[in-house]
Design a protein around this ligand. Structure first.
Ligand SMILES: Cc1ncc(COP(=O)(O)O)c(C=O)c1O
Length: 384
């Protein structure tokens, strides 16, 4: 019998309950004038404590958090900032906003995150910061990265946009380096629709960020005196209310993400030549996006696989393209020769895909996706 397409499985999606709706409704009704900051205060204090940092600043996005951190460090023209090849462009774009130059380092095949040896090779006298990215819910080997950066006094910004809930050596993602940054975009584990957070233990950095995100007004200023031209980076009270409600449910939400990854591991773990998210060294991943990579024995790339899964009603995303391969980066000096300098990123990127990982997924959905994936890979397996 002809089987019609009955499934439509999105790649991501949040888990929103009456708890979130209740807080957002209350904020919409009451968080104005002298009450405008009540949800921000609660969200920031609880978020800082949850990550294990002294300070948290709620922001409109993770992109703005990275921008603020770089601006607060006075990074600008002539400076270089090292970023891994494999990440969303938002990790690198703020380097360009401040007039500095992104320098691309390779990833470690064991973590899919910044490779400490490649990082070391990328350092020059102009290096002013490193953005270490927690890719797809995993973590780089932070101890090895710190061993490279700390003796040289190079600050690390941990881009934990994708890794809420991940841990390493008993510390949560976002607690490494000078500052950690998070995203609450609608696709992320915890969401506020759009939103971000910057966390740090450093008082000076915090105060500079507070000043720069508020058109150059010193923290606590009531006289409306702008000390410099700066930015307007604030989250709304409704978003902060949503974030607080999500954070109060963080453990169950992260547990569900991990359960989804485990379901895929059960269904796909035995496929020779296929690999799912690496588990971070000395820790646990946050399982934000279940990601599959496959070796050369399968004669299909990520776009071919995505097209075939799409016919079965399965939405996916391509594994990040190496940043240096993107048209946006074509004129950057670090893009020249990057394929040879950063071979792991270039080898992995064409054969990787994000599988549906939304929080509404059922066990049966995962079985369906895994079965379709196995069938497509079988057809494309090179015959030895
Ligand atoms: C690694 C990484 N960094 C930064 C961002 C930017 O987050 P936002 O969309 O909140 O600016 C994202 C979001 O997609 C991301 O995945």
């Amino acid at each position: 019998m002809h089987q019609t397409l009955t499934r439509n499985i999105p790649v991501s999606g949040p888990w929103i309950t009456d708890h979130e709706v209740g807080y957002v409704t209350d904020a919409a009704r009451n968080a104005w004038q002298e009450h405008a900051g009540v949800y921000h205060d609660r969200f920031e204090a609880r978020f800082a404590a949850w990550v294990g940092r002294r300070h948290a600043i709620a922001l409109p996005s993770c992109t703005s958090a990275i921008h603020l951190a770089l601006a607060a460090l006075d990074i600008g023209p002539g400076d270089e900032v090292i970023v891994p090849e494999i990440t969303w462009i938002a990790s690198a774009a703020p380097i360009v906003y401040v007039g500095a130059t992104p320098v691309f380092a390779d990833i470690d095949p064991a973590t899919w995150c910044l490779c400490p040896e490649s990082l070391q090779r990328a350092i020059t006298p102009n290096t002013r910061a490193v953005i270490a990215v927690d890719v797809y819910g995993g973590l780089p080997d932070m101890a090895a990265i710190e061993a490279v950066t700390e003796p040289r006094g190079i600050p690390v910004i941990e881009d934990a946009a994708e890794a809420i809930g991940a841990e390493q050596r008993g510390r949560r993602a976002g607690s490494f380096g000078l500052a950690g940054v998070f995203s609450f975009h609608g696709s992320k584990t915890l969401t506020t629709g759009e939103g971000g957070m910057l966390v740090t233990d450093d008082e000076t950095l915090r105060n500079r960020c507070l000043m720069l995100r508020d058109h150059g007004r010193a923290p606590g200023d009531t006289l409306f005196v702008n000390t410099v031209f700066a930015y307007k980076y604030r989250m709304s009270a409704m978003q902060a209310a949503m974030g607080l409600a999500q954070l109060e449910r963080a453990d169950e939400i992260v547990d569900r993400k991990r359960a989804i990854l485990e379901w895929y591991e059960e269904d796909l773990g035995a496929v020779d030549g296929l690999r799912l998210n690496p588990h971070p060294p000395d820790g646990r991943g946050g399982a934000w996006m279940v990601t599959a990579t496959w070796d050369e024995r399968f004669e299909i790339d990520k776009h071919g696989l995505a097209a075939q899964l799409s016919k079965a009603g399965i939405d996916t995303r391509p594994f990040f393209h190496p940043l240096s391969s993107l048209p946006a980066c074509a004129d950057l000096p670090s893009a020249r020769g990057a394929r040879e300098r950063n071979p792991v990123a270039y080898q992995l990127a064409p054969r990787g895909i994000n599988l549906p990982s939304g929080l509404q997924l059922t066990r049966d959905d995962v079985r369906y996706v895994a079965e379709k994936l196995r069938r497509i890979l079988r057809v494309h397996r090179h015959r030895e």
